[in-house]
Design a protein around this ligand. Structure first.
Ligand SMILES: Cc1cc2nc3c(=O)[nH]c(=O)nc-3n(C[C@H](O)[C@H](O)[C@H](O)COP(=O)(O)OP(=O)(O)OC[C@H]3O[C@@H](n4cnc5c(N)ncnc54)[C@H](O)[C@@H]3O)c2cc1C
Length: 417
């Protein structure tokens, strides 16, 4: 069996995983004069990054840093030092440095001017190759044996020994793009504390009637407010829009609430999402409007003219309410303001935008090195944090890649003295 032994090269590292986290680490290390060999299971790197480009590539967010940090919820404390080293402004400057200008959208989200990932990735890889980073594609890491990294390659298995290794293997969504979470049991076996990988920014199943599904699947539900009750009894409310799917609901508004919804479904078996279908109108006014005599007009046209509720929104009311609730205007108005939609399951992790869970921060030291495996560092989505969509995912992946690389530089320096 072929064995590469980099252990004799004190200024050398191995990176496994060529997503944004691994590439950012490679850039930092190569920039410091370290020799970098980057291995990835796929025929090319950055496949999920490219897919993100299909949605416009929301690189980061322009909101104030305290609000930005709050997006990481219970992991704010752990994310703070990472983002202090590479924040939204740094990310934008990095993109500009690669010749890709950015702009701030109306919601504060930051995108490349062309709203594409390919030009950015192309320029990035060009710069990485020019700085000496060596890419080894179709090298699937299989864990360790006798301290060596095992890789399955088209030419059979090889072993690699390194002074310092970065694992930047991603989460477990969209397996066909490379990140499949296969690493989780290997790290657990090595004594590393790892939280189960769960879908994040995901859709949910709803038991639609056949009629509703056939009539409305694929339709957007625009400008509503959705609310769910958190475990501490407070209510989380978000405005936005979502999409009806054949199996339930998905889209930005659902993703924004998906962490508490997922946790509630896991704990209780199902959860109620409450929809305000007419967020611009108060309950009192809406009730008064609907109680106007409708004469010979149909309920559908009464709903449309008095409440502005039509199409898929009216369909949702008919799907959830019974005949009595539909014809009692006080009950109907109350339902328009707070329609209970029962979500019965999160969609599978493979369909999710990202995953929660992964390597626990408790298993890492401040430089993102595994306490149980000295010389092995971790970065990116495989760490146990989650955040909504809005550019928070890519920013955190790159920030952690940079931070882990700086930790590796310190580790290499300490070993030389
Ligand atoms: C549809 C979609 C749209 C998205 N849009 C956005 C967006 O607009 N903004 C945003 O901030 N985020 C977005 N994201 C999320 C973002 O793309 C990810 O959070 C990010 O790519 C994770 O980076 P990473 O480097 O940690 O992992 P990944 O990008 O998943 O890269 C991990 C790499 O590791 C490799 N790998 C895994 N296991 C092995 C192994 N055993 N051996 C060798 N190599 C291995 C994989 O092949 C892969 O190349 C989107 C995600 C999806 C699915």
């Amino acid at each position: 069996m072929q064995e590469s032994h980099y252990g004799d090269e004190p200024r050398h590292v191995v990176i496994i995983g060529g997503g944004p986290a691994g590439l950012m680490a490679a850039e930092t290390l190569a920039g410091a004069g370290v020799a970098v060999d980057l291995y990835d299971a796929m025929p090319s790197v950055g496949r999920k990054f490219l897919l993100a480009g299909r949605g416009g590539l929301n690189l980061t967010h322009a909101e104030p840093s305290d609000r930005f940090l709050a997006r990481y919820g219970s992991r704010q404390q752990q994310m703070a030092p990472l983002l202090a080293g590479f924040d939204a402004d740094a990310l934008r400057a990095w993109s500009h440095g690669l010749g890709v200008d950015t702009f701030v959208g109306t919601s504060g989200r930051v995108f490349p001017t062309e709203m594409k990932a390919a030009p950015l990735l192309r320029a990035w890889l060009h710069r990485l190759r020019a700085s000496g980073v060596r890419f080894h594609m179709r090298h699937r890491w299989l864990g360790w044996q006798d301290g060596a990294l095992r890789f399955a390659t088209p030419d059979g298995e090889i072993r690699v020994r390194a002074n310092a290794t970065l694992l930047a293997l991603g989460g477990a969504s969209w397996k066909r793009l490379g990140s499949d979470g296969a690493w989780l049991p290997w790290l657990r076996k090595a004594g590393v504390e790892v939280a189960p990988l769960l879908p994040a920014n995901c859709g949910f199943d709803v038991c639609w009637s056949t009629h509703f599904r056939e009539r409305f699947a694929g339709q957007p539900v625009k400008t509503v407010t959705a609310a769910c009750v958190l475990p501490d009894g407070t209510t989380l409310t978000r405005p936005g829009e979502f999409v009806i799917t054949g199996s339930g609901v998905e889209g930005s508004l659902i993703y924004a609430l998906s962490a508490p919804l997922r946790d509630a479904v896991m704990a209780e078996g199902s959860v109620l999402l409450r929809l305000d279908l007419a967020p611009g109108k108060g309950l009192e006014r809406l009730t008064a409007e609907l109680q106007h005599p409708r004469g010979s007009r149909s309920l559908a046209s009464h709903l449309q003219s008095r409440a502005g509720v039509t199409g898929v929104k009216a369909g949702l009311l008919r799907e959830v309410l019974d005949r009595e609730q539909m014809t009692d205007m006080a009950q109907l108005a109350a339902a328009i303001k707070s329609l209970p939609l029962r979500l019965v399951a999160a969609r599978p992790i493979d369909e999710a935008i990202s995953s929660a869970g992964g390597v626990c921060f408790e298993a890492l030291d401040a430089s993102l090195m595994l306490r149980h495996l000295p010389g092995v560092f971790c970065a990116g989505e495989m760490l146990d944090w989650e955040a909504p969509t809005g550019g928070y995912l890519l920013t955190a992946c790159m920030a952690s890649g940079k931070s882990a690389a700086q930790g590796m530089l310190r580790w290499l320096a300490e070993r030389r003295t």
